[in-house]
Each structure stands twice: as C-alpha cells, then as structure tokens.
Design a protein. Structure first.
Length: 134
C-alpha cells in the first residue's frame, strides 16, 4: 500500500490559475496562488487526516466520514467530508450559502500525489495540482 503521510512540494499546475479566476479570486491573487511553491504535510492518524500548510503552519483536520468545517486557502469556508479508499482521498465540500459544492481527489503514489479540484459551478474548469514527495 502506498504511504499517504509525508511532505509534498508542488511541481505542476494545470488550469489552476483559470480555476481561481473563475471562482472569483482577483487575478493578482490568483497569479500568486498559481505560482506558490510552498510544501505541505499530510498526516494520517486512525480516522483523522491532517493537512499542515508550509506557508503558515495552519493545520486542517478532517475526520473520515464526518462533516467538518474547513477553511480553504483564500479564506473560503466550506463544510467537508473526507473518504479514504486505498491510496485515494476524496474530499467532498459544499458551500451551502452559495448553493454549490465540489471535490478534491488526491491520488497518492510512492513519488508524490495528484490533486484534482472540481466544482459544481458552471464555467469553472477542472484544475489539477501535481506534487512530489520530499
């Protein structure tokens, strides 16, 4: 089985800038977000998955199968539920006050991870971020 816990560094973005702009992030902030290369850490402990940001040491903890409040980058607040299936973590999120949701699908390999970001909002492209294990 692939190890999920570890440190990861971004190496490639696909449609990420376009995704951020279509989500309403100002172009200057979207450019910074697209170019940011800070590492982050993933830690799995039983039914908990923690994401520790390399930017500000902010920790987000998800509990498998349970809805939790989560603050995404750019201060986007959502309610999220995480599911683990082998080497894939799927995080379903919703923003009830704006009546839309989406998902992040993180596929872990021995060398890194690929994160697909999909929202259920017309005109917003699917984005992908690729990370290497460090």
């Amino acid at each position: 089985m692939v190890q999920i816990s570890g440190k990861y560094e971004p190496v490639e973005n696909v449609n990420f800038y376009e995704f951020l702009v279509k989500m309403g992030i100002p172009e200057a902030k979207a450019k910074v977000g697209n170019e940011r290369k800070s590492a982050f850490e993933v830690a799995v402990d039983g039914d908990k998955i923690r994401f520790i940001s390399g930017i500000n040491n902010k920790t987000t903890e998800l509990v498998l199968g349970k809805e939790v409040e989560e603050t995404l980058p750019m201060d986007i607040k959502v309610k999220s539920v995480a599911k683990l299936d082998g080497n894939v973590v799927t995080i379903e999120s919703k923003k009830p006050e704006e009546n839309f949701g989406g998902r992040r699908i993180l596929t872990f390999t021995d060398s890194g991870l690929e994160m697909k970001i999909i929202v259920d909002k017309e005109g917003v492209p699917e984005a992908k971020r690729v990370y290497k294990r460090i």
